[in-house]
Design a protein around this ligand. Sequence first.
Ligand SMILES: Nc1ncnc2c1ncn2[C@@H]1O[C@H](COP(=O)(O)OP(=O)(O)OP(=O)(O)O)[C@@H](O)[C@H]1O
Ligand SMILES: [Mg+2]
Length: 244
Amino acid sequence: MHSTRDERVILEATDVWRTYTRGDETIHALAGMSLTVRAGEMVGIVGRSGSGKTTFLNQVGCLDKPTRGSLKIVGHEVTCLDEKRLVEFRRDHVGFIFQLFYLIPTLTVWENVELPLIFAKRRDTDRVMEMIRKVGLEKNANALPGQLNGGDMQRVAIARALINQPKLLLADEPTGRLEHESRDAIMELFRRLQGEGLAIVIATHDLGLAQQTEGVVELKDGRIVQDRHENPARAWEQPREAGG
Ligand SMILES: Nc1ncnc2c1ncn2[C@@H]1O[C@H](COP(=O)(O)OP(=O)(O)OP(=O)(O)O)[C@@H](O)[C@H]1O
Ligand SMILES: [Mg+2]
């Protein structure tokens, strides 16, 4: 009994739709979005405000459910999971970080990173230390978030997102609130994690940031209009005017 699926495929989204209704109005926030991401790949999602970036990450991150379509994460179809299984699946398989970090201000760096382990009823102080070291915060383990700069707060959030050893990291505008140097440092950290085999999806307005990923997909009205991701060799090419 063996499966023929590609073990390196971490995320496989196929024809995902998410439709909202507001009064008489129907909004297709996602309208046939498909994306495949493999282990060790970092993909940037760009697109104007309202194009569906956050909606897509929320579906993949099991924070919301698609209206239709298929979402496979590490080989599991998640669209058919009930609420309880979805929460567990998210906890064990997906790391999520946000523009505003969402750290708990009254807990130390150590305690913030440890929190998902406690929710999972696991205890592993070595793992907490390992993650704090991995993101370079060993000197700040006992600090409160408010004593850190933005870049270091995002490092705490990354350590927390990865404490349960997910294979997929989702980031929604992760550097939107950071200074230039912090932004570069966080990108470098992402690249290191990517090198260790993590699959990473970053939604961003920052084209410069997106171009540092190996693949960029552009969303418009809830679907991909430009996919340079499946053809990384062309990822750096600028679209050229004909006849010039
Ligand atoms: N809960 C909701 N109810 C109704 N419409 C929604 C809801 N969430 C998102 N939308 C709509 O879905 C579309 C996509 O929104 P989304 O937040 O995914 O875009 P985005 O690309 O992340 O934008 P931004 O760059 O501003 O973060 C928008 O038209 C938005 O108004
Ligand atoms: Mg958004």
